[in-house]
Design a protein around this ligand. Structure first.
Ligand code: KG4
Ligand code: ZN
Length: 334
């Protein structure tokens, strides 16, 4: 079976082709440079760029795979959640492509694709397991019992900023480039995490769920530290601030994962999304002997077409080969 996967939910126009169990094409047309001047993703710009990129990116994928469109058996694409304009471009392209070729198509939940692609990488990963999406738009903990949405229970999520958004905003305040995550990660490695003690949120669990998180307080504390430096002059503490920030950000995530793993008696954990590439997070997770951490290769952490192709195929079979109908829409939120 040959599956075309299309991902356009944010600022990456990503396409992959899965042939049997092998990926024969993988293209990511990144818009990062176009958004750098805004210090973050500009939604209107993202959707316009997707319109320019989508046909050529799909073309390139077919060339890379040495295949023709008629060879495809299924089209999978992201229809939720994400930026409305960006989602619409991918969805419209994918549905038209499949319809013209008289092939079935499936609309895919981006968050689940980030996590379930781990079953492609790790054949020994069994249901149920904990899945955490840590990205620029989401910080969500899920209990994954199967491929279908009904098999997934959302345990908790951020109540304000996403963890990646927090990295990006801190980086912007300190004059670092977008996306901030890799820059902060790099600087933090050179600093001492205990030199600056940033706060952990104290969520009132009568209002917040047991596994909810919060990142806006930490973001403000680290940004306020920058204002103090602006007044008093900046010294060489940047690496220590970044190390202190990274420690606080990752510690909160890991504590929440630990708590959920303990309460649900599940030790298998998958983390997906751009922040899953973070070196400190990966190191901490690997050191936890009571957890079985199924790590993703860096190429599958950020947005990519492979996760859509793989998850779309599994979903298609889980839904008894019922493809979606042309009336299925896009959803910015899930
Ligand atoms: O999953 P993704 O590519 O796009 C979204 O769906 O948001 O995630 C992008 C996010 C950005 O916020 C970026 O700063 C963050 O992932 N990121 C990282 C690292 N690499 C990317 N955050 C922390 N450490 C990293 N090494
Ligand atoms: Zn993503």
């Amino acid at each position: 079976m040959i599956v075309l996967g299309i991902e356009t939910s944010c600022d990456e126009c990503a396409v992959a082709i899965l042939d049997g169990d092998s990926f024969v094409a993988r293209i990511v047309a990144s818009q990062v440079k176009d958004h750098q001047v805004y210090g973050g993703v500009a939604p209107e710009v993202a959707s316009r760029l997707h319109i320019e990129q989508i046909s050529t990116t799909v073309d390139q994928a077919f060339k890379q795979a040495n295949l023709l469109p008629k060879d495809i058996d299924l089209v999978a694409y992201t229809n939720r959640p994400g930026l409305m304009g960006s989602l619409l471009v991918g969805a419209t392209f994918a549905k038209n492509f499949a319809w013209a070729l008289k092939k079935p198509f499936v609309a895919v939940n981006h968050l689940l694709a980030h996590i379930l692609v781990a079953r492609y990488v790790h054949k020994n990963l069994q249901f149920p397991f904990l899945g955490i999406v840590a990205s620029g738009g989401h910080t969500t903990l899920m209990l994954i019992r199967g491929y279908k949405e009904d098999d997934v229970q959302i345990l908790g999520a951020t109540m304000d900023d996403a963890i990646g958004e927090c990295y990006d905003k801190v980086a912007k305040a300190y004059g670092l480039n977008y996306p901030g995550g890799p820059e902060v990660d790099h600087l933090a490695k050179q600093g001492a995490s205990k030199a600056f003690n940033f706060p952990q949120p104290k969520l009132n669990r009568r209002f917040a769920g047991q596994y909810d998180l919060s990142y806006s307080g930490l973001k403000n504390a680290v940004i306020n530290q920058r204002h103090q430096f602006r007044r008093e002059g900046f010294d060489d503490s940047l690496v220590n601030i970044m190390a202190g920030f990274q420690y606080a950000a990752i510690e909160q995530l890991i504590r929440t994962i630990d708590r959920a793993a303990h309460d649900f008696k599940i030790n298998q954990v998958v983390i997906g999304g751009g922040v899953a590439a973070n070196s400190y997070l990966r190191q901490c997770m690997k050191e936890k002997s009571h957890l079985n951490f199924f790590d993703l290769p860096l190429s599958l952490c950020g947005d990519n077409g492979e996760m859509i192709a793989y998850y779309g195929k599994e979903l298609y079979f889980a839904q008894d080969k019922q493809g979606d109908s042309l009336t299925v829409g896009v959803m910015p939120r899930v």
